[in-house]
Design a binder for this molecule. Structure first.
Ligand code: NI
Length: 288
């Protein structure tokens, strides 16, 4: 954790002096029609659910001493510690961006001091680098969601590696963040995908609550499904390329908080994750 935090601070220092290209792109929504298969769950093969390595976190000594900590996977800021061993935590996750509605979501999250985890698609970062940078600057966590949203289980090992590595590199180059999380498109994974993830230092993050927001494009449906499924330490799956999902965000945040949930990033929720391990989905168990 500490090494990762230092790396994030270093990356911030590097990025601070660099403006980078501006985001002038206004492309056809590349990922707009990606989630057309409703049968992804059947295709999914997932490893046994991993227990988060909780032994190194949440000790009483640490609880009593340091109250601020660098943001894992973020850009090096500090914030009050949230201890998910004690609090009711939940991680909002947004896939497939950066999309056109993403800046609006970032405004909503910022106004409400809420943070989320974004699983970014490499070619979408190439289209909207300024939005990717804004995600990092907002202290949200960034993970890898492949280069072009291919089902990784259909690819050779080399091509899986290329999909993840290219995306890791563009995240690093554009935002300065060294990502440690991977979410395979469609949640489709297998032994080879996890082996490559392990080699690249990536833990595999699935979810336990699927809002099906790509299918039911209605804010009320997003909120209803999220609230119906949410438990302590849930990981909620959404897509920030959907305007209706962004519409749902203010009310969803309010509803979760009124139920006592703290909104945290995935790494805050799970603690230090293990590369190549898969977290949640089979049976949708929530750990701890
Ligand atoms: Ni996706």
């Amino acid at each position: 954790m500490r090494a990762r935090a230092l790396a994030a601070l270093l990356a911030l220092a590097l990025v601070a002096g660099w403006g980078g290209p501006e985001d002038h792109s206004d492309p056809a929504s590349l990922a707009a029609e990606r989630h057309t298969s409703a049968s992804l769950a059947q295709k999914t093969v997932v490893a046994p659910v991993a227990k988060a390595p909780g032994a190194t976190r949440g000790s009483s000594a640490r609880r009593q001493s340091i109250q601020i900590t660098p943001i894992p996977g973020g850009s090096g800021g500090v914030r009050p510690r949230v201890d998910c061993d004690r609090e009711r935590c939940v991680a909002l996750t947004y896939d497939d961006g950066p999309g056109l509605p993403t800046p609006r979501l970032l405004d909503i999250l910022q106004r409400r001091h809420a943070r989320a985890t974004f699983f970014l698609v490499g070619e979408m970062i190439r289209l909207r680098p300024a939005t990717a940078r804004r995600i990092a600057r907002g202290h949200h966590e960034i993970g890898v969601h492949s280069w072009d949203h291919t089902n990784l289980t259909t690819l050779s090992t080399d091509r899986i590696r290329s999909q993840l590595l290219r995306t890791l590199r563009i995240i690093r180059n554009v935002t300065g963040v060294r990502a440690t999380l991977s979410r395979p498109p469609y949640g489709a994974t297998n032994r080879r995908v996890r082996m490559v993830e392990r080699q690249l230092g990536l833990a595999e993050i699935l979810w336990d609550v699927d809002t099906a927001d790509w299918l039911y494009r209605d804010p009320d449906s997003v909120i209803r499904r999220a609230l119906r499924g949410v438990r302590r330490n849930s990981i909620i799956l959404m897509h920030d390329i959907r305007p209706t999902t962004v519409d749902a965000a203010p009310r969803l945040i309010r509803a979760l908080r009124s139920r006592g949930f703290k909104l945290v990033t995935v790494t805050e929720l799970l603690g230090e994750t293990i590369p190549g391990r898969s977290y949640y989905l089979p049976g949708r168990q929530v750990i701890r």
